[in-house]
Design a protein around this ligand. Structure first.
Ligand SMILES: [Zn+2]
Length: 656
């Protein structure tokens, strides 16, 4: 899942929550009830006495009036001896007419959002049964809009978005991602003028002869309850093909509002390239027998419903994000919401992986830079502590940005080749593929490929909080034979948890005879390293490739009057119109000159202007942007400075 205009969307959802809270205060009885429901859901993630094997949703949905009638079939196995009753999750606002097994009516009660069903006889562990639940009502939308009767251009649009707790807002299920069904069917009967879209392949469309049609969608892969979706509108259908082998292809099916189609077609056409990139990096697309699809809905973001992503915004970043979820999120689903970074961190990092493959290193680095900036402001551990709050689970800085930075840092430690080997090994691991995973499962695969323990890394970056602040000082002394001993002192400002971070750290030392890069393993709060180099040391760079999310202050023995570090300043004024100034600093370096490139990009990562592309000596520089009076549109732009091994990017806003 991803919201496109992060700050805007968060603002809206916060105010929506405030309104909800206000309603609760006005109606304290309801508040009490909602709190209980929420607690029940969290503390009791579905009935553990059953193992669901199959869901069929047979839904009749009308727009006038807004109404849902459903027959949901649940096949399950008992996971206990002598099971005589069990429960499904379903909100009380929908009313259950009957529950049956082999045509025989079963006793049930429906309260506190649980549908308690009494079976016809005791079922022992492993015994299967199949129940049908007949229910109806007007779904009340919760979470991010679990079931919405909306509109577009004055026409009906109906959609679901169940993640995380909203599936039971519109159908009876075991509302936890921990128990996937082996397969599912979704049949939707709706007005003939509309098209109903869901997971898997469309087996048939039946014209009922009464102004309605029934769309029969079949999914033959394991699926989590929250990835089952419906989307209904007067869609334009546009199909392309992903040729994944010389003689095999898979359809990419797009369902788009008629008024939107022409403006997003170019983005839809990039989907096959995205499939190629992720196939190469992560292994085969997980649902090749069926399809990949993108369906438009009215929520301002995207949601990775299995084989059919729902999109309310279009663009390479959001589409790459949702597609990557098909591997990490859908094929492998986080077992619980505490581990949501296994979905969202992976999909967010995949955006950068996609742009690295299609646009190269600079775009990749500038995206990571933005993730790092957000990750530094993350509070609490990536492992979500409070899963009773939807906003806490989907906290952008922590779950998305810091989750992505964790993968970026892992790649820095193990190297490119081992990193993508880890990603593919995890995606194919029979223990989790088409199943569910926790952080420990990913950690085990990472360690298997890397061949060493990574416990320190996951402990501090997933279960710990914040990031290291390094205080670095160094000096050197001659060691004879033209060699010098660098005396490097690294101490960390104490953090809460962990108190300090254990990390391998690259150190680049430039001397009169060349550059040397070594890796030190920093596993003490305060630690000294002696590094012997050839030639008189000129400069030392701590973590030269910026592989660690960190704060740093460095003191060295180089001439104190000269700038010691590269620095890219925030442009001024900002926002600007028509012109702004960008300042940066180049420190003293060994051979006197540094190759410097200062480039401006738009939101899509397209290069707008190259402001500097030259070799420059130490000093502070100021450049104006735009260089000429320009026809640039209002909006967000990025500028990045690459200088030697330094890279930094910042955001600026043109307001006309
Ligand atoms: Zn996502």
């Amino acid at each position: 899942m991803k919201t496109l205009l992060i700050s805007l969307i968060i603002f809206i959802s916060v105010s929506a929550f405030a309104q909800e809270n206000f309603k609760y205060i006005v109606n304290s009885e309801k508040k009490q009830f909602m709190d209980n429901m929420r607690l029940n859901k969290i503390e009791y993630p579905g009935d553990s006495s059953i193992d669901v094997t199959y869901y069929k949703l047979n839904l009749t949905i009308t727009y006038v009036p807004n109404y849902l009638r459903g027959i949901v079939t649940v096949n399950a196995k008992s996971s206990t001896q002598s099971l005589t009753n069990f429960f499904l999750d379903l909100v009380d606002s929908l009313s259950v007419d009957s529950v049956s097994l082999n045509g025989k009516l079963l006793k049930f009660t429906h309260k506190n959002d649980k549908l308690n069903i009494t079976l016809d006889k005791p079922y022992n562990s492993g015994d299967s049964f199949s129940v049908k639940v007949y229910y109806q009502g007007v779904p009340v939308s919760g979470g991010f809009g679990s079931f919405v009767f909306g509109s577009h251009a004055g026409q009906p649009a109906i959609w679901s978005l169940s993640e995380p707790y909203g599936a039971s807002d519109w159908w009876p299920c075991k509302d936890t991602p921990a128990d996937k069904a082996d397969s599912s069917d979704v049949w939707i009967t709706c007005d003939s003028s509309l098209t109903a879209v869901s997971n898997g392949t469309l087996e048939d469309v039946v014209n009922n002869g009464n102004g309605t049609k029934t769309y029969m969608w079949k999914n033959s892969y394991p699926i989590a309850q929250y990835l089952i979706s419906v989307a209904i509108a007067d869609y334009v259908q546009y199909t392309t093909y992903f040729h994944y082998a010389a003689s095999d292809s898979m359809p990419v099916e797009n369902f788009i509002y008629p008024e939107t189609f022409s403006s997003v077609k170019d983005y839809l056409d990039k989907t096959t390239t995205m499939l190629e990139v992720f196939t190469q990096k992560y292994g085969p697309y997980p649902f090749l027998r069926e399809k990949y699809g993108q369906v438009q809905f009215g929520w301002g973001g995207g949601m990775e419903h299995q084989t059919i992503t729902s999109l309310g915004a279009f663009g390479e970043d959001i589409q790459a994000h949702e597609l990557a979820h098909q591997w990490y999120g859908d094929k492998i689903t986080c077992k619980d919401w505490q581990d949501i970074w296994l979905n969202e961190g992976f999909a967010t990092y995949s955006e950068a992986v996609y742009f690295e493959a299609t646009e190269g290193e600079n775009t990749y680095r500038s995206m990571i830079q933005q993730d790092m900036q957000a990750a530094k402001n993350a509070s609490g551990s990536v492992y979500v502590q409070n899963i009773s709050s939807v906003n806490s689970i989907f906290n952008y800085k922590r779950t998305y940005a810091k989750g992505a930075v964790v993968l970026y840092m892992l790649r820095g430690i193990v190297g490119d080749s081992a990193f993508f080997d880890i990603m593919r090994t995890y995606a194919a691991d029979p223990k989790v593929a088409y199943g569910v995973a926790t952080t420990a499962d990913f950690e085990a695969d990472a360690e298997k490929v890397y061949g060493q323990s990574l416990k320190y890394f996951f402990d501090e970056w997933i279960y710990g909080e914040n990031y290291p602040h390094y205080n670095v000082s160094w000096n050197y002394s001659p060691a004879g034979g033209g060699n010098y001993n660098i005396n490097l002192n690294v101490s960390q400002t104490p953090n809460t948890n962990p108190v300090f971070f254990t990390m391998p750290i690259k150190i680049n030392i430039s001397t009169s005879v060349g550059d040397t890069t070594v890796t030190v393993f920093n596993n003490l709060q305060s630690q000294q390293f002696i590094i012997t180099v050839k030639g008189n040391p000129n400069d030392l760079t701590f973590d030269p490739d910026n592989q660690i999310l960190k704060g740093i202050s460095i003191t060295d023995t180089i001439d104190p009057t000269k700038p010691k570090t590269f620095y890219l300043e925030q442009n001024y004024p900002n926002p600007f119109n028509p012109v702004t100034k960008i300042k940066y600093t180049i420190p003293v370096v060994r051979n006197g000159f540094v190759p410097v490139k200062l480039v401006v990009y738009d939101l899509l990562g397209r290069e707008i202007a190259t402001l500097v592309n030259a070799r420059q000596p130490s000093g502070t520089y100021e450049v104006s942007f735009p260089l000429n009076s320009s026809s640039l549109n209002s909006g967000v732009y990025f500028y990045s400075l690459s200088a030697g091994s330094y890279f930094a990017a910042k955001k600026m806003i043109l307001l006309k």
